[in-house]
Design a protein. Structure first.
Length: 215
């Protein structure tokens, strides 16, 4: 295993301990850099972004319904990225990136994505972990900036705090022309995710938001 490989995704020790680092780094569905991902995305009119894609169940199903769509999964966990990449192997316009979601959005071009999904982000309820939370004011502004006019942001979670924060940000800034809040899963008819399945089994309540960019 090369030093470059070890240093890119994790420390050399972690790379030796976790075989999925190498497996993902060498996977043909690893786009490797944002530049490559954006270049590939530009080949398709419809572009779906799954932030925190986990094991890739959602993207796999979405792309099987619409193989001409570009689909990109972002995550930090190598095992999950590897599993997602395996699922996307047969889709010409699907792939993954190992990257922090916040950095990825900062690098995304303006008005680029047709659909941007966040599904069951880690809630990080303790104040001392607040820096890890994905849903923040900056995130909200980045979602608006990077969505195409006519594009939509789809969010579902068991974390009511994120749901309320998104409502609060929209009511203060009024960026999105259409905002729909649901105290249940608005996206029940969309493909499921692993965490959605877990919450269904536990009969845990799910909250959802859909924002549409209209200007
Ligand atoms: C609770 S899981 C949900 C996975 C999937 N969306 C689902 O519904 O099954 C959250 C995922 O987000 C990823 N994640 C958390 N923080 C992240 C960050 N800052 N950048 C990229 N991925 C992140 C985690 O590794 C994990 O796979």
């Amino acid at each position: 295993m090369s030093m470059q490989l070890s240093l890119k995704g994790a420390s050399p020790v972690a790379a030796l301990k976790n075989p999925y680092i190498k497996a993902f780094e060498e996977h043909p569905k690893n786009f490797g850099t944002t530049a490559v991902a954006f270049q590939r995305a530009r080949l398709c009119r419809k572009r779906i972004l799954d932030l925190g894609c986990g094991n890739g169940h959602f993207l796999e199903r979405r792309l099987s319904e619409s193989p001409s769509t570009f689909g990109l999964g972002i995550d930090l966990r190598f095992k999950r990225l590897f599993r997602s990449s395996e699922k996307l192997a047969d889709f010409p316009h699907g792939g993954c990136l190992h990257m922090d979601i916040r950095d990825f959005l900062r690098e995304s071009p303006d008005q680029f994505w047709s659909e941007l999904w966040v599904q069951f982000p880690d809630p990080w309820p303790k104040d001392r972990h607040a820096k890890n939370r994905m849903i923040t004011a900056e995130f909200f502004f980045q979602v608006f900036r990077t969505l195409q006019v006519g594009g939509r942001f789809c969010f579902r979670s068991d974390a009511i705090a994120y749901w309320k924060l998104l409502q609060d940000l929209q009511s203060r800034h009024r960026l999105f022309g259409i905002a729909i809040y649901q105290g249940s899963d608005r996206f029940e008819s969309e493909p499921s995710t692993l965490f959605r399945e877990t919450f269904s089994k536990k009969r845990q309540r799910v909250f959802s938001v859909e924002f549409r960019r209209t200007h």
